[in-house]
Design a protein around this ligand. Structure first.
Ligand code: ZN
Length: 178
């Protein structure tokens, strides 16, 4: 499974429409030097945009540790995040700009997302933000529902941070009608 999502998902369609309205011209699912990106812009500069699902790609706000088949899901998450890291770094190394957008952001802050893309196309330089992703979650106190979450930086696989807190159960859900 190359990427765990289908083309033309709802958030992709929403973002594409918003970009088109703002005069940004793109290609869909075009090939980059590191695989396909959801949205590719070639001028005025090379930009790859990925829309990352909150569960599959370890959103710090919405990744919910599944209660069953934990080893399977743990491996899946680690594998997905490490693929995102490799892909992002490989593209940036080749002079591409890479923007990865959480699925929830497309629904909750679409104008900001469009602005971010516009910035990435026009700014002389782009600050490469760490972009934290959940890579590992374990339960440390079943009774009090406390879990330990390990996050890693998309752009620096050696950078990590840990958080301990109550189990996150609030999966992000698409707003009604969206
Ligand atoms: Zn999210």
């Amino acid at each position: 499974m190359a990427r765990i999502k289908n083309r033309d998902t709802k958030p992709e369609m929403l973002l594409r429409r918003a970009l088109w309205r703002s005069g940004i011209r793109y290609r869909v699912a075009a090939v980059t030097p590191a695989g396909r990106a959801d949205i590719v812009v070639k001028t005025p500069r090379l930009l790859a945009v990925f829309i990352d699902g909150c569960f599959w790609h370890g959103c710090p706000q919405h990744y919910v540790r599944p209660r069953s088949r934990q080893d399977f899901w743990r491996a899946k998450l680690a594998e997905n995040v490490s693929r995102d890291q490799r892909q992002t770094l490989a593209l940036e190394e080749k002079g591409w700009r890479v923007i990865r957008i959480w699925e929830h952001s497309v629904h909750e802050e679409l104008p900001d997302v469009v602005e971010r893309i516009r910035q990435a196309l026009s700014a002389a330089s782009l600050s490469a933000e760490p972009d934290w992703r959940v890579t590992f979650v374990e339960c440390i106190d079943e009774h009090r529902r406390i879990e330990r979450r390990v996050l890693t930086s998309l752009r620096d696989p050696l950078a990590s941070r840990e958080m301990t807190g109550r189990r996150i159960t609030a999966k992000w859900r698409r707003p009604r009608g969206a």
